[in-house]
Design a protein around this ligand. Sequence first.
Ligand code: SF4
Ligand code: SF4
Ligand code: SF4
Length: 241
Amino acid sequence: MKYFSKQRQENFFNVRIKSSGGEFSAAQLGAIQTLAETFGNGKIRLTSRQEISVPFIEEKNLANVENFCAAHDLEICPLGATLKTVTACQGSEICRSGIIDAPKIAREIERRHGGKIFPTKFLIGVSGCPNNCMKVDANDIGIVGAVKPIRGDSCNFCGACAKVCPVNALTVDREKNLWAIDENCRQCGRCVKVCPKDLRGEVGYKIFFRNDKIFPFVRGEETLYEIIDTALKNFCHTSKT
Ligand code: SF4
Ligand code: SF4
Ligand code: SF4
């Protein structure tokens, strides 16, 4: 597997360091600084796939860079037809809107499929909620955290849930004992957060595929991984090499 891409300048190469679910530790960043100052020209670039790229590495230093990265917990991105770095937003650990732990899911997909050779490169991204900050639907597979609201028995038709709905998908009418969600619900979970009674949210995943197929709501993390595993297996069988 190749790890260094040739630059326009003769004898110079570029290396990309993989993030882990969009994250680097401070120690890794320190090591990347040393890498760029020792083997590159001090320049560091960010890539669209949440990697850090270090350019201007001389050919004679490629083996040294590989050794340096191995010694400092820096994973080099392979070139060519592989699963590219799985991108992720900060997700529910940090973001107030977050529904799912996007970095954790990205790491698990990398653990299952990172380093495998595919017919062509394959892109997967994870967004923690329907705000979809990572624009994951531009990937071959995009995963978005979703919440399905489920009304409880003690609803008093106060209407607080309907007031915060950003797309007016909720209709509440105390006189008619009416509480209904229409098809515009974007599964953001805002209504669940404000309910003083027992409106609860079932957490799941919306999955986008490059061929425009969408799974609107998948239940369970293991089911999510099984769908990804199957999609990648099918991709290997149906793609032309
Ligand atoms: S997609 Fe949602 S969870 Fe992720 S950063 Fe954006 S708002 Fe936060
Ligand atoms: S906020 Fe809760 S109690 Fe009020 S109408 Fe909505 S579901 Fe019912
Ligand atoms: S989940 Fe979001 S979009 Fe759906 S009804 Fe609740 S507030 Fe509205």
